[in-house]
Design a protein around this ligand. Structure first.
Ligand code: HEM
Length: 151
């Protein structure tokens, strides 16, 4: 768990999304990583369109089963669930995760994803690539978030 400590807190900023099948878009994002006294972090994400409409949300968990290894479990209200494994490095702090995605029958088909989180001081850079709509893994999202004051 110690390896994930730098993430604990709330992060907020702007992001940009794209995919070959859709129009490009901008969004505001807020992510919280919470320590609940167990050997994992609780992850909670919300996003908004530039006009304030709620966009994507997701919730999940991050844990480090062994040194340098990180695992993720993520639930999406759009009918997908992601599980993945990857690496966590300390200096500079960087997480990269490759995930298998299961989709419910009515969900848009997503089969895999790659999530990356990079920390530089109080700035958290995120990226998300997905294999979706029958296409190979390619970028969907990038965002740049700033650490919010506690309280
Ligand atoms: C920051 C988080 C995210 C935001 C702001 C976001 C936003 C959007 C927007 C605006 C669209 C186009 C309009 C629409 O179909 O609703 C879209 C499409 C899509 N997104 Fe995301 N998304 C996010 C995360 C994800 C994640 C984690 C997945 C993985 C399951 C995902 C999968 C898709 C798929 C499959 C489409 C449909 C593409 C199509 O219809 O051709 N999105 N997203």
């Amino acid at each position: 768990m110690e390896a994930l400590q730098p993430l604990i807190g709330t992060w907020r900023g702007e992001g940009h999304g794209n995919y070959p099948t859709i129009e490009a878009f901008d969004y505001t994002e807020e992510i919280t990583f919470a320590d609940v006294g167990k050997p994992f972090l609780v992850y909670h994400q919300r996003t908004w369109a530039p006009d304030g409409r709620p966009l994507h949300v997701e919730m999940g968990y991050l844990r480090t089963p062994s040194p340098g290894v990180v695992e993720i479990t993520m639930a999406l209200p759009t009918g997908q669930a992601e599980t993945g494994v990857g690496t966590v490095a300390a200096d500079p702090f960087q997480i990269t995760l490759d995930c298998v995605v299961a989709s419910t029958p009515s969900a848009k088909p997503v089969t895999g994803s790659r999530r990356a989180l990079g920390l530089d001081g109080d700035v958290l850079q995120t990226s998300y690539a997905m294999a979706a709509m029958g296409l190979e893994l390619q970028p969907h999202l990038t965002s740049r978030l700033v650490r919010q004051a506690a309280g």
